[in-house]
Design a protein. Structure first.
Length: 391
């Protein structure tokens, strides 16, 4: 019998109150909290499964003074608002119909029936909230110990139920897997074209979740080999995949944390219109689009003047461009862009008529000021006099 370790989260007083309200035999911790606790990892989100209907969950929590929000009531999910962190409580389910993008579900009463509709064996582990005994219906504990990511049952059938599981497989393999599962990779390759039917937002989000992992580059090469990457990011050729691997090495060398947009930029040609097209296709946010386009404008000369680059493009974009061109970004650590100690009104006071000439003069002084490494106001005034004398 496998038991969940006595982790700190399992001893939370607010969780004990929740379990008492639901009834210990009506609740099981499930999914990531169980899986990651077995691996000794930190727990951020707690999910709970129950044979109780959502209405019963809401009523029982209400009687215990626990506030709930019906976050996914149609699919049986209620969120309990807890001091130590919210808990999602989902009624046991079985699939009625699936089309690869969404599922129609019905409530179930058997734990194993609920487990059978999940994606991977390592995600179908249920822990009793009091005894901490783990119910493992498909060999997930052994797979976790052996670094193996397997679909539950027939891999192709699981993918046909939800096409996004192809991308989820590669993400979970990157996090937990050692060797590739032949059945899983074969099914992902065979059904790769089904990814085209998914919403671009879901694809973009899953790609970002993959790219923030410590080193997704071997997985990206595998996705290309299997024809999966070409379906969601055809702009990423072998050269771009190699650029991602180089970037990961640079990040480690300079102690920079992973960033999804930086790594996505590495997987695209350094051409701003391409970055803009991919951003639109994946429905990225405006700030993400702007950042990706900025990084796509990188140049091998960026490392010659990193502070000037940061002044004009912002520290975040400059750091990413330096890393992507194999330049040292350490000069940007803690650096804040200074403000030019000169105003347009001061130029007018020296006899320049208001209008374009003032802006032109100000810009010329600013360019020289940046080139000289942001000298003090005394030097800026000298630069101004030089500009005025040359007009």
């Amino acid at each position: 019998m496998t038991q969940l370790p006595q982790a700190d989260w399992t001893r939370r007083e607010d969780l004990a109150a929740l379990i008492e309200a639901l009834g210990a035999d009506n609740a099981r911790y499930v999914g990531g909290a169980v899986r990651d606790s077995l691996l000794g990892k930190d727990i951020h989100d707690i999910d709970c499964a129950t044979p109780l209907t959502p209405a019963e969950v809401i009523d029982r929590c209400g009687e215990a003074g626990i506030r709930t929000i019906p976050t996914g009531i149609d699919h049986g999910t209620v969120t309990a608002i807890m001091d130590g962190g919210n808990v999602e409580i989902t009624t046991l389910r079985r699939d009625v119909t699936t089309d690869g993008r969404r599922a129609t579900v019905a409530f179930a009463t058997e734990w194993k029936e609920d487990a059978s509709r999940r994606d991977f064996t390592i995600n179908a582990l249920y822990a009793h909230p009091e005894t901490l005994e783990i119910s493992d219906y498909f060999g997930g504990v052994e797979d976790l110990e052996n670094g193996r990511v397997r679909f539950i049952g027939d891999a192709a059938e699981r993918i046909r139920e939800d096409h996004l599981r192809i991308l989820r497989y590669f993400r979970f393999q990157t996090r937990f897997g050692d060797d590739w599962d032949d059945e899983a990779t074969s099914a992902c390759s065979e059904l790769a074209s089904t990814l085209k039917g998914l919403s671009r937002e879901r694809v973009g989000w899953e790609l970002q979740n993959l790219l923030v992992l410590p080193d997704p580059s071997p997985t990206v090469f595998k996705m290309r080999e299997l024809g999966v990457l070409q379906e969601v990011l055809p702009e990423c050729g072998r050269r771009e995949a190699e650029k991602l691997a180089e970037l990961v090495r640079s990040e480690r060398e300079y102690g920079v944390e992973p960033d999804a947009m930086r790594r996505l930029a590495a997987m695209l040609p350094a051409v701003p219109p391409v970055a803009e097209a991919v951003s639109a296709r994946l429905r990225l946010s405006r700030s993400q689009r702007e950042h990706l386009a900025c990084v796509a404008a990188r140049d091998m000369r960026d490392g010659e003047a990193p502070l000037a680059l940061a002044y004009y493009e912002g520290v975040d974009c400059a750091r990413d461009r330096l890393l992507l061109t194999r330049a040292d970004p350490s000069a940007l650590e803690g650096w804040e862009a200074p403000q030019l100690p000169l105003k347009g009104g001061e130029i007018v006071e020296r006899g320049v008529a208001k209008g374009p000439q003032v802006a032109k003069t100000l810009q010329a002084v600013e360019r020289q000021w940046v080139e000289e490494g942001f000298p003090d106001r005394t030097r800026v005034m000298e630069l101004l006099e030089d500009q005025l004398a040359a007009q």
